[in-house]
Ligand binder design. Structure first.
Ligand code: AMP
Ligand code: ZN
Length: 459
């Protein structure tokens, strides 16, 4: 397998540290609002990565965090905690907000057929682990105290910013970041103190005073806790490169004295009208909105599969409609195929090669359509499609089986109507045939005429 490593800016051969197990950490949602379909594009890319690893025979130990504290509205360690802001907005407790939006996110994941992580971990369940890591950084002189918290001193690390290739000197000159009492613009909070005049809903005692952990320390602490001091892959959206992941690397390497993550992978943005989709931009669309408009969430999955994860993808309803057509066509085509027999190894090899080349899903889809349209034996076609769907995740097998079951359960009355319609068609009695089609439709079935006879599709 080849994967593009943001750290080296090139595709590299993937070699896991402890084959056949692969340790994968994916930055999870901040649960203060619904995820938008841009966020979901990133989780989909990670799901495809996971499925491709599995296709290559690896067992993936996948850890995803839930950020339920410490993510501030500004990357510069100022502003409100997003969860507290959500609680104010909806007049609920922070715990209710976090719980509600975690469940909403998990529903989105299920709708998009994203595999559940092996471990879900909440920041608020790991406060001590985070405090322990800050203590190590303190012992090694990487921290300092300001009026509002304990900060990481980025000047203590000679290669700070290597992931993003940050121009630290340039940054220092053109400082626009809100500095507060920070020594360098790139320094960041490890622990923030609760404001003196205000009780936060979420706060904990620590060696430095009451407060809450920063967002970056959360991911460092939990990834090292669950995956060990060295692990294989860490992912997120590209906006995480210059700050969040840069700071995770700084914390990990300062604490342990060696690199901890082998491959850093980042997914590109989903855009609307050529602008990044973002919660703060008010241009975002949720999966629920798409469902309310009548789209099957898997249609969105199909749209995402059509673009490489490292290219920008502009979301349009036209693209969604054409994906809906493609998926419907694919479903109808598989409905016409008899039982799955054996996988066509050559086609499957080509498919595996495509997805193993830095997750080339557009090529994989093209291979799928070439096969579907080919003269390959139908049973083989179906078996190969199902094998491909282990990566594509379009629920093709479940759909196929659902249709078979529905057909097996068709009432005798419907079967008689179908036979009568066939007779009418054979006699070219078209008005009768049309009337019968309508009757069948009233009973909840769409009839489709195929080369091997009429097919019923449950409406
Ligand atoms: P958040 O819940 O804000 O931490 O974001 C969750 C994930 O979505 C992160 O990995 C972000 O990098 C990613 N993300 C945010 N906006 C977009 C977008 N427009 N397209 C793709 N991914 C995004
Ligand atoms: Zn993270």
């Amino acid at each position: 397998m080849q994967l593009y490593n943001t750290l080296t800016r090139q595709k590299e051969l993937f070699t896991p540290l402890h084959a056949p197990t692969v340790g994968l950490y994916t930055c999870g949602p901040t649960v203060y609002h619904y995820a938008h379909i841009g966020n979901l594009r990133t989780y989909m890319f990670e799901d495809i990565l996971r499925r491709v690893l599995q296709l290559n025979g690896y067992q993936v130990h996948h850890v995803m965090n839930i950020t339920d504290v410490g993510h501030l509205t500004s990357d510069a360690d100022s502003g409100e905690d997003k969860i507290e802001a959500g609680a104010k907005r909806e007049q609920k407790t922070v715990w209710e907000i976090a719980d509600f939006y975690t469940k909403a996110f998990q529903q989105d994941m299920a709708d998009l057929n994203l595999l559940e992580p092996t471990v879900w971990c909440k920041a608020t369940d790991h406060i001590q682990t985070q405090i322990d890591l800050i203590k190590i950084l303190e012992t090694k002189n990487f921290t300092y105290r300001t009026s509002d918290g304990i900060y990481f001193d980025t000047s203590q690390l000679s290669d700070y910013g290597k992931l993003a290739r940050l121009d630290i000197a340039g940054l220092a000159e053109g400082v626009r970041v809100e500095m507060g009492d920070k020594k360098q613009p790139t320094d960041f909070a490890l622990w923030k103190f609760s404001p003196a005049n205000q009780q936060r809903q979420m706060e904990w005692a620590s060696p430095w005073g009451n407060g809450f952990p920063g967002w970056h320390i959360e991911c460092s602490a939990m990834s090292l806790h669950y995956l060990g001091d060295r692990f294989d892959i860490h992912c997120g959206g590209i906006d995480h490169i210059p700050v969040h992941h840069t700071n995770e690397i700084a914390q990990n390497e300062a604490a342990l004295g060696h690199p901890t993550v082998h491959y850093w992978l980042h997914g590109e943005f989903l855009l609307t009208n050529d602008d990044r989709m973002g919660k703060s931009k008010n241009n975002f669309i949720t999966l629920t909105t798409l469902k309310e408009k009548g789209y099957d969430p898997l249609v969105y999955r199909y749209v995402v599969l059509g673009a490489h994860y490292r290219s920008k993808l502009n979301f349009t309803y036209e693209a969604l409609d054409s994906a809906a057509n493609a998926l419907t066509k694919l479903r109808h085509l598989i409905n016409d195929l008899p039982e799955a027999t054996e996988i066509d190894t050559m086609t499957m090899e080509q498919f595996t090669q495509a997805v193993s080349d830095d997750l080339d899903t557009p090529k994989a889809l093209a291979l799928l359509w070439t096969m579907v349209r080919s003269a390959m034996e139908p049973g083989k076609k179906l078996a190969t499609l199902f094998a491909m769907d282990a990566v594509l995740g379009l629920h093709l097998q479940a759909y196929y089986q659902g249709q078979r079951t529905a057909q097996a359960e068709v009432a005798p009355e419907v079967i008689e109507l179908v036979a009568a319609r066939e007779a009418a068609r054979a006699a070219a009695e078209w008005p009768t045939a049309d009337r019968l089609r309508q009757q069948i439709s009233d009973l909840g079935y769409q009839i489709e005429d195929t080369d091997i006879g009429p097919k019923l599709i449950k409406l």
